[in-house]
Design a protein around this ligand. Structure first.
Ligand code: GLA
Ligand code: ZN
Length: 660
């Protein structure tokens, strides 16, 4: 049977005599799987080729005796001191050309061939030893790939790899000079060997080079993963391979990484590193990250690390309120998690993460958290069993693109414009209406969605423009925004055509001018109501589009800000600004009315409704993210799951079912 609940466990942090107690207490609370080993290289290989896996094997055996299965992580996020002493050149280099040193983690260059040899030796032995262990069911390469790897590494080795990557992409140096616009500031290259990683400069950077560098870093991390994945797959073809991703972290293109996996996993820490307020709403962002990871794998996912207590390293976040940890875990399940592992089993007595609290406190004696999560596992197990493989059904999708995110992080225009935050203005508006959303990438079929929201398509290609055109032609409702069709795939501005280039006729308008709203908010008017907008105003001249909202400030007051254009069998909305909360809500209503988006249910603010469909049964989740009791009536046609009905207590959840 597939395990559904688990914990992240570090037997090497605890005396052997404690392991059996831990394993028993895990089993008693409902734990069926643990992830382990991902940071303990020094222990298993104290010197080159001298392997000591006995202790790990013993721990796996102790867990197995309680029926607990294991996922093994390769420990390459923390190479031991002896490797660094032997080969100091594998320490990563920052953008100033300084090495980052041993003493934390991630102190290794992802491309260094000497480091790769150390990895090959270790992972080969590790996989050979445990591939056929009956209790080892899956593997994870490294840990949270991209966590630090994106800002690093600028070492000579990575620089060489970058040159090779560019050579492969452009073929000859003239093509690169064109693509990077090196005529500017005399940046022309005669040969690939002269190109450097974009280290700290005296002044400025070439945006085209920066974009390729970010793409390269993402590809390098994927290749780093593949290098280990090949060893593991060859040794353990029957086991699954997954990776613990970090939501909207931008260092690695997760859509690409996910292709190497059997399923995606995610680490969900609603408390962040030290979130000072747990009472401010954030559940929309949490929901979006979960939806994003579901989109990345196109399937249900695992939570490899679900917050188990107070988060914190040097400083601490707030204590999750009673019920809140369970609610957050339930939210993961509601958005598509097929298994949830809590990080970590017991708060560590040593090291950087002493205050990243586990299910058990430092003294190992079960307390409030253990009891809460034990209760949660007991109550939720039958539901999660029934949900296996179940997905939400979404009528709306948001197009997510790392290329757009990279290009806009290089040139955010407005100092506070963030790609993900901008996407969130749309997500949140739909979330508040309980309209479920998928995240999609531009390489996948889009026809199944009534509404496709494609914000900030800063870089445009003829192929993407064609795909969007066909989508609308066939009846889709497309939402496009400010800063679309500005540049080509090389991050060069288009030489011809009106903004949004390649899309202007689709939108039925031209962007003739624009205003970056520095240190001020804008205002628009829609049907006699005024709404705040932020960061940007596109000044629009309409050809076939009709205005919906018009600006109400500045010299362009009275000109269109939000428009709608009929095209083929579909419609295109253009939003020339970043909408504030009230305007996004108004806009979501517009989409409901014209494209027929259906909310799952009306709920009070702070109560989320989500849905999964499994084996012909619909499961409706109601999640109360507030500190107050919320009244809920059983929705028409639904049965309370497990008989539980009535008001939603603070941080409480209810599930309803109905035949689909
Ligand atoms: C991440 C990592 C874990 C641990 C936790 C807490 O999610 O994957 O190894 O470091 O954060 O900091
Ligand atoms: Zn490097």
């Amino acid at each position: 049977m597939k395990p559904i609940f688990g914990v992240d466990y570090y037997p090497e942090h605890w005396p052997r005599e404690r392991w059996a107690t831990d394993a028993r207490m895990m089993r008693e609370m409902g734990v069926q799987v643990v992830r382990l080993a991902e940071f303990s290289w020094a222990k298993w290989e104290p010197s080159a080729g001298e392997f000591h896996f006995e202790e790990l094997e013993e721990a796996i055996g102790v867990l197995g005796a309680e029926g607990i299965r294991c996922i093994l992580g390769t420990p390459t996020a923390a190479p031991p001191a002896w490797i660094i002493r032997l080969n100091p050149e594998i320490e990563p280099m920052d953008a100033d050309g300084h090495r980052r040193h041993f003493g934390g983690r991630h102190h290794a260059c992802p491309s260094n061939p000497v480091y790769r040899e150390h990895i090959r030796r270790f992972v080969t032995a590790f996989a050979a030893r445990f591939a056929h262990h009956p209790n080892v069911i899956g593997w994870q390469v490294d840990n949270e790939l991209g966590n630090s790897h994106g800002d690093l590494c600028f070492c000579p080795c990575c620089e060489n790899r970058f040159r090779a990557w560019l050579k492969e992409k452009y073929g000859d140096i003239a093509a690169l000079n064109d693509a990077w616009g090196t005529a500017f500031w005399s940046q022309q290259y005669d040969r690939f060997e002269h190109i450097c990683a974009p280290k700290t400069t005296a002044s400025g950077h070439n945006p085209s080079q920066m974009l390729d560098w970010k793409r390269f870093c993402s590809d390098l991390v994927c290749e780093f993963h593949r290098f280990q994945a090949q060893i593991l797959r060859a040794a353990a073809p029957h086991a699954f391979l997954t990776h613990n991703m970090m939501g909207f972290s931008d260092k690695v293109d997760y859509f690409r990484l996910a292709r190497q996996l059997d399923f995606a996993s995610h680490d969900q820490y609603p408390g962040g590193h030290f979130r000072p307020r747990l009472d401010l709403p954030l559940e929309d962002r949490l929901a979006a990250e979960l939806d994003f990871i579901r989109g990345v794998g196109g399937a249900p996912f695992w939570i490899m690390e679900q917050q188990a207590g107070i988060t914190g390293w040097e400083v601490l976040g707030r204590t999750p309120r009673p019920g809140q940890l369970s609610l957050w875990a339930m939210q993961s399940i509601a958005h598509g998690a097929d298994a949830v592992l809590f990080f970590r089993w017991r708060s560590c007595l040593m090291g950087t993460e002493q205050y990243w609290h586990g299910l058990l406190p430092h003294n190992g004696v079960p307390g409030r958290t253990y009891r809460e999560i034990a209760g949660f596992m007991r109550q939720t197990a039958p539901l999660l069993e029934a949900l296996q493989g179940g997905m939400p059904v979404c009528q709306a999708a948001i197009l997510f693109s790392y290329d757009q995110e990279y290009a806009l992080s290089i040139q955010p225009h407005h100092p506070e414009l963030r790609y993900v935050d901008h996407l969130m203005t749309y997500y949140t508006a739909l979330y508040r209406r309980n309209i479920p959303v998928d995240f999609v990438h531009d390489g996948q079929p889009l026809d199944g969605y009534r509404v496709l929201i494609a914000p900030l398509l800063f870089l445009m290609t003829p192929a993407l423009a064609q795909k969007l055109r066909a989508y609308v032609q066939n009846g889709g409702t497309l939402v496009l925004t400010m800063r679309s069709g500005v540049k080509d795939e090389h991050n060069l501005c288009f030489a011809q055509g009106a903004l949004p280039c390649l899309l202007d006729d689709l939108c039925g308008l031209r962007v003739e001018d624009y205003d970056c709203l520095r240190d001020m908010d804008g205002l628009v008017e829609w049907d006699g109501e005024t709404y705040a907008v932020e960061k940007w105003s596109d000044l629009l001249t309409l050809t076939t589009a009709e205005p919906l909202a018009v600006y109400a400030r500045e010299f362009y007051a009275g000109t269109p800000a939000v428009t709608r254009n009929a095209y083929g069998a579909g419609k295109v909305y253009y939003v020339g600004t970043q909408m504030g909360e009230a305007l996004s809500a108004r806009f979501a209503r517009e989409l409901e009315q014209t494209a027929g988006l259906e909310p799952l249910l009306e709920t009070p603010l702070g109560v989320e409704a989500a849905q999964r469909v499994a084996q012909g049964v619909r499961y409706l989740f109601l999640l109360n993210h507030t500190a107050h009791t919320q009244p809920v009536a059983v929705p028409d046609g639904w049965q309370p799951y497990g008989g539980a009905g009535g008001d939603l207590p603070p941080y409480g959840a209810r599930v309803f079912t109905r035949k689909s």
